[in-house]
Design a protein around this ligand. Structure first.
Ligand code: FUB
Length: 325
């Protein structure tokens, strides 16, 4: 039986996307992108996604009203940001809440920034500079059982990940193609102060069933953007969007640093081009927070966040969701 608000827009007064959901002190908090209405054509660079700020959503439980807690952080308050505040995540470390977000710096290069607050809903005070050595988009943070704070990030095309293959930013860098090894997401560990990475960023490897890294041409399975990491029965589950083929897939590993082995599809395509999710345990059950473009009738950059329950079998396999069935 589905809940009344399952697979329905959680809020309708603003457009929201890329939901990173967490349970903090028994309450559900959702950290989404705040989409803006803009009459511009879509392009592969993502110029239609001109988000300027963040609002944090919250729910007392899965059946209650989803509340918009107002402005949590605006680009005008972040000294290094030019524009495009894309998909954020949040984490609690030593009783402080940190919003971890990507945005373009004054040179038009995506970096990852951090802002802090005593409240999960903000307002968040940004650090003066982006995290040194960070680049690209879609940060997702996992605090492992030993306290290590992992940040996974990276997105192809407009997310600029392929432009860093040489180690420095090159907008003309060739994209991996054909039999080239696909680019994984990146990972690095945050220092507990959340103001720097304490490890050098590395690529995550995703292997096929034969232990061979996925190829760039394998667009049904290779990583594109939107990483999420959760732990289930001692295993690490890396889930992500395949971008061009619009699936949410997952891969499993024994270490937060990989390698991960491709396991399957979590969700079939939603209405819209992008698909982006998070996975969270709520009262012993697992839920997928995701978005589609139902609220705007299909406008790619006017999205709405939703949730649905995950069905996981006793071997830990996640059953594929058909979002409109
Ligand atoms: O919301 C802007 C971008 O669209 C995100 O960073 C991607 O994951 C995609 O959802």
């Amino acid at each position: 039986m589905r809940r009344d608000n399952e697979r329905k827009p959680l809020v309708k007064h603003i457009y929201t996307a890329d939901p990173s959901a967490h349970v903090f002190n028994g309450k559900i908090y959702i950290y989404p992108s705040h989409d803006v209405e803009r009459d511009v054509p879509d392009d592969d660079n993502g110029d239609q996604y001109m988000m300027e700020d963040y609002h944090v959503l919250s729910m007392d439980d899965l059946d209650s009203e989803c509340v918009d807690n107002g402005l949590a952080l605006h680009q005008d308050d972040v000294p290094w940001v030019k524009n495009q505040m894309w998909a954020p995540d949040a984490v609690i470390v030593n009783d402080k809440y940190y919003l971890v977000f990507p945005a373009k710096d004054k040179d038009g290069i995506f970096r990852i920034g951090v802002a802090s607050s005593d409240s999960p809903t903000g307002p968040f005070i940004p650090q003066d500079k982006p995290i040194e050595g960070s680049y690209s988009i879609d940060p997702a943070v996992l605090v492992d059982d030993d306290g290590s704070i992992y940040c996974y990030y990276g997105g192809l095309w407009g997310g600029q990940l392929e432009m860093w293959q040489s180690g420095s930013f090159n907008p003309d860098e060739k994209r991996p193609s054909g039999d080239d090894e696909a680019l994984g997401p990146m990972f690095a560990r945050f220092a507990p102060t959340m103001d720097r990475f304490e490890t050098k960023p590395c690529h995550v490897t995703i292997l096929d069933e034969n232990g061979i890294p996925l190829k760039a041409s394998d667009e049904d399975r290779r990583y594109f953007e939107g990483p999420w990491m959760h732990k289930y029965n001692g295993k690490y589950y890396l889930s992500y969007s395949t971008g061009t083929t619009h699936y949410i897939c997952y891969a499993e590993g024994d270490s937060p640093e990989g390698p991960f082995t491709y396991k399957g599809r979590i969700m079939e395509p939603v209405l819209g081009w992008t698909t982006h999710h998070s996975i969270v345990e709520i009262n012993g059950e697992w839920y997928l927070f995701y978005h589609d473009c139902e609220l705007s009738g299909g406008v790619t950059h006017e999205r709405c966040v939703k949730y649905t329950k995950l069905d996981i079998d006793d071997k830990g396999n996640i059953k594929t969701i058909h979002p409109y069935e």
